[in-house]
Design a protein around this ligand. Structure first.
Ligand code: GRF
Length: 207
């Protein structure tokens, strides 16, 4: 598991990049000691890349469009192996990582998901929560394993669902919780406070 105070982080993105921005802000305000060494997007011209550029953080596009999964994943793995990060953060990365990548970085990959897992994994988690009619939902930061949003949970934050919530209104409230949870999870990991025991994590309470 990644456990050094100043971790080298690679962030994988596919779109808007507000979770990336939360990490950038935390790095700039020294809320976290770790630093982002590279942002990798599987899509060109996404807002996340503008955020990286504005913050003077190196970025790469490894496009997945028009390639077989195998070719794309090999390119991604090669880049990650060269960068050799201590932690890989999936921040709105809309692809499933293959076992070749996961096995190469055991317990060094985390993801932010907009539901209280194991409820509502996969796409459109906020809409799934609304359709099911839950009264409380939330977000989850978890280690990435080979399943879809199934890895050991690091942190969860809850959010009440309002009677008149739309997918948009609920997603916006959840997003604030996501940003805080993701930064807090990175803090916990860099301070070696996340202990992995089988499929559970224990969070060290003492300072
Ligand atoms: C977030 O809701 C995240 O949980 C989900 O995709 C969304 C990405 O948002 N996986 P952003 O690109 O970080 O703004």
């Amino acid at each position: 598991m990644a456990n050094n105070a100043k971790m080298k982080i690679v962030v994988l993105v596919s779109g808007r990049g507000t979770n990336l921005q939360a990490i950038i802000d935390a790095q700039q305000t020294k809320t976290i000691a770790s630093r982002i060494i590279m942002v990798i997007s599987n899509k060109e011209n996404v807002a996340a890349l503008d955020r990286a550029e504005k913050a003077n953080i190196p970025f790469q596009v490894i496009t997945s469009k028009g390639k077989s999964k195998d070719v794309y994943n090999k390119e991604l793995l090669k880049s990650l192996q060269t960068l050799n990060p201590d932690l890989i953060v999936l921040a709105g990365y809309m692809k499933i990582l293959p076992s070749s990548v996961i096995n190469c970085f055991p317990n060094k990959i985390i993801n932010i998901h907009p539901s209280l897992l194991p409820s509502f994994p996969g796409l459109k988690a906020q809409q799934q929560a609304l359709d099911f009619g839950v009264k409380i939902t939330g977000c989850t930061v978890h280690f990435v394993d080979e399943g879809c949003d199934t890895g050991p949970i690091i942190l969860q934050e809850y959010e009440k669902v309002h009677n008149n919530d739309s997918q948009k209104s609920l997603s916006l409230r959840l997003l604030k919780k996501e940003h805080a949870a993701l930064v807090q999870a990175i803090q916990l990991i860099e301070n070696n406070k996340v202990i992995l025991q089988d499929r559970k994590t224990l969070l060290r309470e003492e300072p």
